[in-house]
Design a protein around this ligand. Structure first.
Ligand code: HEC
Ligand code: HEC
Length: 192
């Protein structure tokens, strides 16, 4: 082969193979995440959030905060240790494309759903998280999220244990009582 042709062949090889190799590695690298967060990010694990269909910018910010230990959860600080910025971006983009978690099923108490819906409007959750609670940009999806995780994490915002990327949730939670938190989580977990 002439040198120019060989260079071209190598170039084609690199362009052809690099994305494939990367595609395999991100899938492989997601396997340990799924062991806690559930297959395709649909969590069946207590206190462990589903990740499917979270907005990519939200995921990127949270993964960055775990890596930098701005959000201190040992399991998660360890899970992303040594990740590059490109890794964080690849994980965020891939998880955002997974299907959303299914809404909690089973018989629902209409009175609690009504209280939850009223609280969502009163505290303007639907303004930032959108009317269907699907989130956007740096605001997470809470529709169909695990109820136990929603309760835990709202209590942590209120107690200033969970630092946010901005102060919105700390402020939002101040007037919200623990009984309200339970009804809000009950409602959000049951939204498709
Ligand atoms: C050993 C179990 C475990 C493993 C492995 C794990 N996670 Fe987590 N992850 C958790 C738990 C538990 C939380 C909730 C932390 C909290 O209480 O705030 C979490 C939180 C998160 C969050 C924040 C979600 C939110 O809505 O607040 C993201 C994003 C995340 N994990 C992504 C990943 C990725 C990507 C991987 C793989 C590189 C991974 N996790 C591996 C247990 C795990
Ligand atoms: C001013 C905008 C705003 C309002 C109003 C708001 N949120 Fe949020 N919410 C956010 C942002 C931004 C985040 C991500 C903060 C961070 O970085 O931790 C968030 C995070 C959350 C989370 C964490 C979800 C996860 O996957 O970790 C829950 C749960 C939540 N909000 C519930 C609510 C509820 C319930 C209400 C109404 C009572 C509400 N929010 C009102 C902006 C808002």
């Amino acid at each position: 082969m002439k040198p120019a042709r060989r260079r071209l062949a190598v170039l084609i090889l690199l362009c052809g193979w690099a994305p494939l190799a990367w595609a395999q590695s991100i899938t492989e690298r997601l396997a340990p995440c799924y062991s806690c967060h559930g297959d395709q990010g649909q969590s069946f694990n207590p206190d462990t959030p589903s990740l499917g269909a979270q907005p990519s910018p939200y995921l990127l910010i949270q993964l960055y905060m775990f890596r930098e230990k701005l959000r201190n959860v040992e399991l998660m600080n360890a899970a992303v240790k040594g990740f590059t910025d490109d890794d964080l971006r690849a994980f965020a983009d891939t998880l955002a494309k997974l299907p959303p978690p299914p809404a909690a099923t089973g018989p629902a108490d209409p009175a609690r759903l009504d209280r939850g819906r009223t609280l969502v409007q009163q505290h303007r959750c639907n303004i930032c998280h959108l009317p269907d609670l699907a989130g956007r940009d740096n605001v997470p999806r809470i529709a169909g999220q695990r109820e136990d995780f929603l309760v835990k994490t709202m209590r942590e915002y209120k107690a200033n244990i969970r630092p946010g990327y901005d102060a919105s949730m700390g402020d939002v939670m101040q007037p919200v009582t623990d009984a309200d938190i339970l009804d809000l989580a009950y409602f959000a977990a049951r939204q498709p």
